[in-house]
Write a protein that binds this ligand. Structure first.
Ligand code: FE2
Length: 355
């Protein structure tokens, strides 16, 4: 299978993985043959890429970071929490369920300790989504696993990250969803979601104080230019420093109303450009070593003119995956060429083209 941008989909292509909505419900099953009306519906839904069957890439396996049932449980939990806060039950949140959801996420990740080739399920775009919190938690847990966190610290961090944006429930929707530039006053209101979140979570005794600080500190920046308190360096708890990196990467690689999603390698460039200012260098460094820069299935062009798809991640070198070349410029090769880019240091990926 390979990743194809919806704008390049052709009639008759067969979906290799299901397309889900933000509620984790399947909209189109794997195996569906795409018609022009399905394709235009996918475009209308704001779906960016889908996995398509390709017999030249039949052996490519894509393992999602977490299973669909785990994702569903996390989603259901966040939805319930929103209901509790919306009805004034801030101090009686179902923390046990948050714990169970994060335990499931950790277990899934421990079972796929390798570099995760694909972080997210293929989903249609949804304005009001909990998927951002779920994906940010997955990324933060990957970083924490790489740092050798114990199971109890993984849980403490993960619970905080899953809940890091709960304070947004107290910010008016018209500000959160505004597409025009924010006024200074509106931006001040957005900034308050960190304090609101901290205050809500603090009312729940079963929620660890360090977990509440993820909500409080995830917008702080390494150089002190963040909010709400302008903390600097190690004044920010490590949980907050990890979440800051995961949060920004997730936001950049997701579609927004005002812009399409960044390709992961572009989001990596952003992290690296802001390492040492917004982000702790050690964490950015770990990110580039533990998260797939070119998701499995991506179409890539190499510096020697060969074009093909990423077929496997390189566990020790995520920026240099295994690529199967299928074309030389625009001419199909007689036989595909499998390349381990880690063994070809002079070959570069010069473009990602999910066509
Ligand atoms: Fe946030």
């Amino acid at each position: 299978m390979r990743l194809v941008n919806v704008n390049y989909l052709k009639e008759g292509a067969v979906l290799a993985r299901p397309v889900m909505n933000a509620m984790c419900q399947v909209l189109l099953q794997a195996g569906v043959k795409l018609t022009s009306s399905y394709i235009s519906r996918l475009q209308d839904y704001g779906c960016e890429v889908v996995f398509i069957e390709d017999e030249r890439l039949a052996d490519v396996e894509i393992q999602p970071a977490i299973s669909t049932p785990t994702r569903e449980l996390a989603h259901k939990t966040l939805k319930q929490i929103t209901g509790y806060i919306g009805t004034g039950r801030d101090n009686a949140l179902p923390i046990d369920q948050v714990r169970t959801a994060v335990e499931e996420m950790i277990e899934d990740l421990l079972n796929s300790r390798d570099i995760v080739g694909n972080l997210t399920e293929i989903q249609v775009y949804d304005e009001y989504t909990f998927q951002h919190s779920i994906n940010t938690t997955v990324l933060a847990l990957i970083l924490a696993l790489a740092a050798g966190y114990s199971e109890s610290r993984l849980l403490e961090l993960g619970m905080g990250v899953l809940m890091h944006d709960v304070g947004k429930i107290k910010v008016p929707d018209e500000i959160l969803n505004k597409t025009a530039p924010l006024t200074p006053d509106e931006f001040d209101q957005i900034k308050k979601h960190t304090i609101y979140g901290y205050e809500i979570l603090r009312k729940n005794r079963d929620f660890s104080l360090l977990s509440t600080h993820v909500a409080f500190q995830h917008q702080e920046k390494w150089d002190g230019s963040g909010y709400p308190r302008g903390l600097k360096g190690t004044e920010i708890h490590e949980y907050g420093r990890i979440t800051a990196v995961a949060d920004v990467f997730e936001a950049l690689t997701s579609r927004r109303v005002y812009r399409p999603a960044f390709q992961p390698y572009k989001a990596f460039e952003y992290l690296m450009a802001n390492s040492g200012t917004h982000f702790e260098p050690k964490i950015v460094d770990s990110f580039t070593k533990n998260v797939a820069i070119y998701p499995t299935g991506s179409g890539v062009r190499l510096s020697n003119g060969l074009r093909g798809n990423v077929v496997k991640q390189n566990q020790s070198f995520p920026s240099r995956p295994f690529v199967r070349a299928l074309y030389e410029e625009n001419s199909p090769l007689l036989a595909p060429i499998d390349l381990n880019l880690a063994e070809h240091p002079s070959l570069m990926i010069v473009k990602v083209e999910n066509e």
